[in-house]
Design a protein around this ligand. Structure first.
Ligand code: BMA
Length: 323
């Protein structure tokens, strides 16, 4: 209990579970890792920021998902600015979805292009060799992940476009594709709130949507801009299992926010930023970047989370703000 409130996610006592001290080669920071299960192990595809300020991805594997990480001795997925000019300033924030129909993992990641961050896609079977599909959303767009199944005949993806005009709000969008490469039928899925809300003006998907018997569990981040800088916290939504455009529930209060020293102080203070979650039985394991500097783990119970969400009143859509 915190302030009379039951916690949705509990921090692991060995946090932070990975820091730059663990890295086999020099770099600045490790954070915002994608996560998945492969060969009975947990694999994190870690965002590593090098000492020039640009990021690449590096795989870390562990039998228990907490300790004894085996980290690739070199970048696993370095940016390829020659073959893929959209990666000129690096690759960031991967979200991994296992697609059973293809027998492959799809990685939606941010490619930092000359025109700004955009969404790029790659697939892999083993996190050793990768096939790049290239950019799938124009800049600025990030915080993307695929659903693991088709709806009808189409793949679906969540992402977060952002207008160059900073006075415009950044909402979470849903889009569809017949072939994973060509995307369309764009629509706003979840709106940022307004005014003093913790998730006012700018929100984005955190880990990929999690399939549950009650619907798709969405863990998203909201950004509160204060006089001292931004605060990144997390909220939850539940989407209809057959129609992901339909929102069933959304929490009002945030469910997780920066509190511990490794979340409050780092390269970017007051940030919790998960890009990956794995489901081990009923346990939801949330792997998150702390203050853009380290990787930490928080766990929640899926049954309890769903029960608490279903106790909330049905979702009432937020209209566009009155002008
Ligand atoms: C967001 C993303 C994340 C980062 C966060 C806090 O816009 O770029 O990669 O963790 O800001 O700096």
């Amino acid at each position: 209990m915190i302030n009379g409130r039951r916690e949705w996610f509990t921090r692991h006592p060995s946090n932070p579970i990975l820091t730059i001290e663990d890295w086999p080669y020099p770099a600045n920071s490790v954070f915002n890792a994608g996560a998945t299960l492969i060969g009975g192990e947990t694999l994190l595809l870690v965002r590593v920021e090098d000492q020039r300020g640009m990021s690449h991805l590096c795989a870390a594997r562990s039998a228990d998902g907490i300790s004894n990480w085996r980290i690739d001795p070199q970048p696993t997925f370095p940016a390829d600015p020659v073959g893929h000019p959209e990666e000129v300033y690096g690759v960031e924030d991967p979200r991994i979805t296992y697609i059973e129909e293809l027998g492959e993992y799809a990685i939606a990641y941010t490619a930092y292009s000359e025109g700004g961050p955009l969404v790029a896609l790659a697939t892999t079977k083993d996190f050793r060799s990768f096939r790049r599909l290239g950019p799938i959303m124009a800049p600025d767009d990030k915080d993307a992940a695929l659903f693991p199944v088709r709806f009808g005949r189409r793949w679906a993806m969540i992402h977060r476009p952002q207008a160059a005009d900073p006075t415009r709000d950044a909402h979470i969008w849903l889009s569809f594709s017949p072939d994973l490469k060509h995307w369309g039928d764009f629509r706003v899925l979840l709106r940022a709130r307004q005014g003093g809300w913790w998730d006012a003006r700018k929100i984005g998907l955190s880990p990929p949507p999690i399939r549950t018997p009650e619907g798709w569990l969405l863990i998203y981040h909201g950004v509160r801009v204060t006089a001292a800088g931004a605060i990144y916290r997390l909220g939850l939504a539940l989407l209809d299992l057959n129609d992901p455009a339909k929102i069933l529930r959304r929490t009002d209060a945030w469910v997780f926010g920066p509190k511990e020293s490794y979340e409050v102080q780092g390269d970017v203070d007051h940030v919790v930023f998960p890009c990956g979650a794995v489901l081990l039985g009923e346990e939801v394991r949330l792997y998150y970047g702390g203050a853009d500097t380290c990787i930490a783990l928080a766990c929640g119970n899926l049954g309890e989370i769903l029960q608490r969400l279903l106790e909330l009143p049905p979702y009432e859509p937020l209209g566009p703000p009155a002008t």
